[in-house]
Design a protein around this ligand. Structure first.
Ligand code: FAD
Length: 480
């Protein structure tokens, strides 16, 4: 079994460089049986266990001083169960990266109905923190999960899903396993509700921020998937609105591209996409951020430049290509889910704080939307949701900006993204989630706290007596 000792390997660090930890042991199991054996051995040795995905959480969700399990060898599709309406239940191995998953699904003529804005995560990691995209009629990724296979502390493999009777132990395990920070075991497989592959028509346009704030609902519902970036200190919003095309519309668009003129148009679209994605959103944007780091006083001017850099464009492509972007400029992020009705006041308060403080923030504020869902730990649970995300370049301090934004977002009844920086605790979050039910499920499945870590105990509450205290350290100050 490919196992390494901590002495052979550097300490683990996440993508945002906010968290590092030194696991006592690391393993890369090749299959479910090896996962089960590793978990049982670690539990017997008194080690805590954490599966790590691609390390894209900004919080210490994936950190451990015990056994770190890397599941990248558990990848690929296990089963496809088709229905007459074209949808299908697809079971995939937990370590499958999203960029790989999209291609695997496309080969079956299938897709996930909604996605976040990058595709580097693993499917297990993405659902475990409540990763979401945008769209008032659509839920986050965990709401697309209908079954899980999970390894418990004694190495047993349990199957649980939406078909288990409500209130049963299996159904409750499913609820915490599909979105629960790995707190009830190691996911080895996930069953996804997929839809027939579809294309999106994307319209990217600068709008006056005031036009969005005047009627946030109108903006949110103006497309199937609407979102915006707003650069601090400016009055412009870069809006991104994607509409789902029917099979006929997509076919018509494909036919339009088949002649010489169409192919030239397609080439122009691809070249334009390359300039926007590679140069403006990554290469030039890195330069802008480096200048802001060296000369923070220039940030206001740089933001005016950034807000104008991406011109309007319209393009059509398979859904996962439109949803996913490349994010090579490294940053830190905090994101809160707030009631949609609170967006206007929150954005205005953020604007007032930024203008008063003159804080240098060369990264945009992002606004997205989601439908209410019934996933126990979903940030969109039971309410029409808007997501407000604030970012800061990795070389600049995020502390003051995030602290100020967090005060505003908490006052708006906000719920923090489980994978992004925040300072909330289980006590604060108990008003939003059924944490007692979560604690009951954790205590039943994992009475010894094998699947706990410092972050999980902070945000979900500490079940029983943990076998070892966590030594993972957060590098980002007050935010966990
Ligand atoms: C550049 C960037 C863009 C992002 N964009 C978005 C976005 O658009 N929308 C959004 O909502 N979020 C976004 N995020 C946040 C990101 O999607 C989440 O933090 C996600 O959890 C990361 O997935 P991962 O595979 O890296 O998991 P990790 O960060 O490695 O782990 C996350 C959690 O999952 C657990 N876990 C991982 N694998 C397993 C397993 N097999 N069994 C049990 N538990 C497991 C870990 O223990 C940990 O608790 C973004 C982050 C970055 C850095």
């Amino acid at each position: 079994m490919p196992v390494t000792d901590a002495r052979d390997t550097p300490a683990w660090e996440n993508w945002g460089r906010t968290v590092a930890s030194t696991p006592a042991r690391r393993a890369r199991p090749r299959d479910e049986a090896e996962v089960a054996a590793e978990v049982a051995r670690a539990a017997q040795d008194g080690l805590r266990v954490r599966a790590v995905g691609s390390g894209h959480s900004f919080t210490a969700a994936a950190a451990t001083d015990g056994l770190h399990l890397e599941l990248d060898l558990l990848a690929g599709v296990e089963a496809v169960e088709r229905r007459h309406d074209g949808t299908a239940r697809v079971t995939v191995r937990a370590g499958t990266r999203l960029y790989h998953l999209h291609h695997l699904l496309a080969a079956h003529g299938l897709a996930l109905t909604n996605l976040g804005d990058i595709d580097r995560q693993t499917i297990a990691g993405a659902i475990s923190t409540g990763t979401h995209g945008t769209g008032v009629r659509f839920g986050g990724m965990a709401s697309q999960v209908s079954g899980v296979r999970v390894v418990t502390p004694d190495g047993e493999v349990l199957t649980a899903g939406a078909d288990d009777p409500p209130g049963s132990a299996r159904r409750e395990l499913f609820e915490v396993a599909r979105l629960g920070l790995g707190s009830v075991g190691v996911l080895t497989a996930v069953t996804l509700e997929t839809v027939p592959a579809f294309w999106l028509r994307a319209r990217d346009e600068p709008w006056a921020l005031a036009r969005v704030l005047e009627d946030v609902d109108a903006f949110a519902t103006s497309a199937d998937h609407a979102e915006l970036f707003w650069f601090p200190g400016t009055h412009r919003a870069l809006t991104f609105r994607n509409d789902r095309l029917s099979a006929d519309e997509a076919a018509r668009w494909g036919t339009d591209q088949s002649g010489l003129k169409g192919r030239l148009r397609l080439l122009r679209q691809e070249a334009r996409g390359l300039v926007d994605d590679e140069l403006l959103s990554n290469g030039l944007f890195e330069l802008v951020n480096r200048v802001a780091t060296a000369a923070p006083g220039l940030t206001a001017g740089l933001n005016r430049f950034s807000a104008r850099a991406l011109p309007a464009r319209e393009h059509v492509a398979p859904s996962h290509e439109v949803f996913s972007h490349k994010r090579r400029v490294r940053f830190r992020e905090m994101e809160y889910a707030i009631p949609r009705a609170a967006v206007r006041d929150v954005v205005r308060e953020l604007d007032v704080w930024l203008r008063r403080s003159s804080e240098a923030v060369p990264f945009p504020v992002e606004l997205r939307f989601a439908a209410p869902d019934d996933v126990w730990l979903s940030t969109a649970r039971d309410r029409e949701t808007a997501y407000v995300a604030v970012h800061q370049y990795v070389r600049m301090s995020h502390r003051r900006w995030f602290d100020a934004a967090e005060r505003i977002l908490v006052a708006a009844d906000g719920r923090p993204h489980w994978g992004k920086l925040h300072s909330r605790t289980a006590e604060d979050l108990a008003a939003h989630y059924p944490l007692q039910d979560v604690a009951r499920v954790r205590a039943a499945v994992d009475p010894g706290g094998v699947f706990a870590n410092g972050y999980v105990d902070t945000v979900l509450g500490a079940p029983g007596a943990p076998s070892r205290p966590s030594s993972s350290r957060s590098r980002s100050g007050s935010s966990t």
